[in-house]
Design a protein around this ligand. Sequence first.
Ligand code: AMP
Length: 175
Amino acid sequence: MTKIHDDLILAVRDVPDFPKKGILFKDITTLLTRGDLFRKVIDEFANHYKSKKIDKIVGIESRGFIFGSALAYKLGAGLVPVRKKGKLPHKTVTATYQLEYGTDTLEMHEDALTPGTNVLIVDDLLATGGTAKATAELVQKVGGSIVGYAFLIELLFLKGRETLKGHDVHSLIQY
Ligand code: AMP
């Protein structure tokens, strides 16, 4: 393990039983307050993707916006927000996915991408992969071409990678 990898792991705060009992929440706000580490995260992602011809980054509400927008700036790519139902003002495409109890719906503006656009999907954390998979459906509905998925954190025991198979999955730290 490299020093930077260890520093990132140490900078993420574990919050037990949030938002409900039994969940160990990975709080990235403690990492974000460290300018050196926030920059390292974006530099690591940028290095990985700089030759991959990313046209647009699709950031998932809301922590995906933080990493997605900084990376978009660094790569000179556009940024497309994917949001919870009812937040986007123009015409949208929608995808519904399963939660532990019930379902949730994500939306993206239907004119945010054109067919053939090379897209990288970004979020802070990969758990079961349901959120990222629904986001991929949105991209595919408007003909976008998925280059891969980028996450700061991957929770290996939830096997989200299997849900996302078919596209490259890249994470910087794993638990
Ligand atoms: P999933 O769809 O199961 O992969 O869940 C991913 C989404 O839920 C991401 O937007 C994460 O920010 C959030 N999430 C899921 N589990 C956790 C966790 N243990 N700590 C922090 N965020 C989480």
